[in-house]
Design a protein around this ligand. Structure first.
Ligand SMILES: Cc1ncc(COP(=O)(O)O)c(C=O)c1O
Ligand SMILES: [Zn+2]
Length: 436
């Protein structure tokens, strides 16, 4: 029996593995649908030793038995997938003082992921390894920036040519990361939806494989390992899962881990998904609000707005055409969760607070995720004694202009007479003020 196979999400057709899936140009041979579920034939009990406190993983391939690669010799890695998960007591103290809630707040430090400082490194590593195993030499990626950078990095390591299409407003610092490795960047005049279209046209023109969207097994399977990491590090599944939402790979991947172990009783209840979208491009949050106000009528999940050329402050999470909403909304509902907007204009304040309290530099999409925690508190979406997991997606590596806005202490002077004696403590009130 092979290690894994795929099943069409629409008609259940079995597909042998990536060789067949790629040769079918990632479409079901029976119904033409373009998304599949990965089914493993490996012994599920193995996970118990992998998530034990004594395990010392070096990278996500620690979970090789539950990843869609056949031969370890094809592994491409840069230490991804084992970013620390930390307790952030200053957020716990805030929840206690302002809302009287006793919470455990865990934050996944994906900013520490070596390759690009984002949670997209996991997908990059799995994609590069699988493409290598299947003899693929060229690949096409459409991305708002972070997947682009991660795939550029890992595919370069595997000697694979990667053609990347980003929307016009993608952060300029991504260019340095992609171009440095000699991967090709096409900056498309238009929004993310249009960049995806141009990438698909290019892939078709040259007969190349392209990223398969938010349900692509390469990315889902990689990102599901975050659930294993929760179990290994925290020793439990949190009550609440917080993340900035764009296309939805992260939440879908969490669900996939639970699907893998459904019959075993090894994983218990899914966390409640509290997902934030930047308010300047929040089609899923807007659709959700409308559906909720109408008590989720029949077919509500098919009713969503599409925003063309959204003018945003956080382009990394700006998906104006939320094609995944029909799948995401029912999933969020099943967990008892919510999708809501957060103010993009507060990302700088948030990054300042985190930099002050934790001495780390986070990117704007991470700020949107953590703003989700503050917004959830404000709206009573978190209950006393709950544990909260914040999936913090990125460092400020590729957001240098953003970092310049976050910095706030510069004074131009010409002599010591003009300089007041400095005490860092005096900034505490300033950085907390927007949140009090
Ligand atoms: C840092 C960061 N946070 C959040 C997201 C949203 O990810 P998704 O909605 O695909 O789970 C992305 C993806 O673009 C990202 O790069
Ligand atoms: Zn099918």
């Amino acid at each position: 029996m092979s290690k894994f196979h795929f099943e069409c999400r629409k008609c259940g057709q079995k597909i042998d593995g990536f060789k067949e899936w790629f040769s079918l140009n990632q479409k079901c041979p029976k119904c033409g649908n373009n998304s599949v579920t990965t089914i493993y034939n490996t012994d599920k009990e193995i996970i118990k030793s992998l998530i034990s406190k004594d395990a010392q993983p070096e990278n996500l391939w620690h979970y090789f038995d539950f990843l869609p690669l056949n031969d370890r010799k094809n592994i491409v890695t840069d230490g991804e997938g084992v970013a620390p998960i930390e307790r952030w007591d200053f957020l716990e103290n805030f929840a206690k003082e302002k809302y009287g809630l006793e919470l455990e707040v865990f934050v996944n430090r994906n900013d520490k992921s070596f390759a690009t400082g984002t949670f997209k490194d996991k997908g990059g590593a799995v994609a590069a390894s699988v493409l290598k195993e299947n003899g693929i030499k060229e690949y096409v990626v459409a991305s708002t920036g972070n997947t682009a950078s991660a795939f550029a990095h890992y595919l370069a390591k595997a000697g694979i040519s990667c053609s990347i299409f980003v929307p016009e407003n993608s952060l300029p610092d991504s260019e340095a990361h992609i171009g440095t490795y000699g991967q090709k960047l096409f900056r498309v005049k238009g929004d993310y939806a249009y960049a995806k279209k141009v990438a698909a046209d290019y892939a078709k023109k040259y007969g190349l494989l392209m990223t398969g969207g938010n349900l692509d097994p390469l990315r889902l399977e990689a990102k599901k390992t975050q659930v294993f990491e929760m179990l290994r590090i925290m020793g439990k599944i949190p009550d609440v899962y917080v993340q900035a939402l764009s296309g939805g790979t992260g939440p879908f991947a969490v669900e996939k881990a639970f699907l893998d172990f459904k019959e075993t009783g090894l994983l218990d209840k899914m966390p409640r998904f509290l997902l934030s979208q930047g308010d300047l491009c929040a089609p899923m949050a807007h659709a959700w609000k409308k559906a909720k106000a109408n008590n989720f009528p029949e077919g509500y999940e098919k009713d969503y707005p599409i925003y063309e050329n959204p003018q945003v402050l956080i382009p990394t999470i700006a998906t104006g055409n939320p094609g995944m909403y029909p799948f995401m909304a029912p999933l969020v509902r099943r967990t008892g969760g919510e999708i809501f907007p957060v103010k993009e204009s507060m990302a700088v304040d948030l990054a300042r607070l985190i930099a002050y309290e934790r001495v780390i530099k986070i990117g704007p999409a991470s700020a949107a995720g953590i703003l989700g925690f503050f917004e959830a508190l404000k709206n009573n979406l978190i209950k006393d004694k709950e544990s909260v997991f914040i999936n913090m997606g990125e460092s400020a590596n590729r957001a240098l202009d953003f970092m310049k806005e976050v910095a706030y202490t510069t004074e131009n002077i010409s002599s010591a007479d003009e300089c007041e004696r400095f005490d860092r403590e005096k900034y505490r009130e300033k950085v907390w003020k927007p949140f009090m």
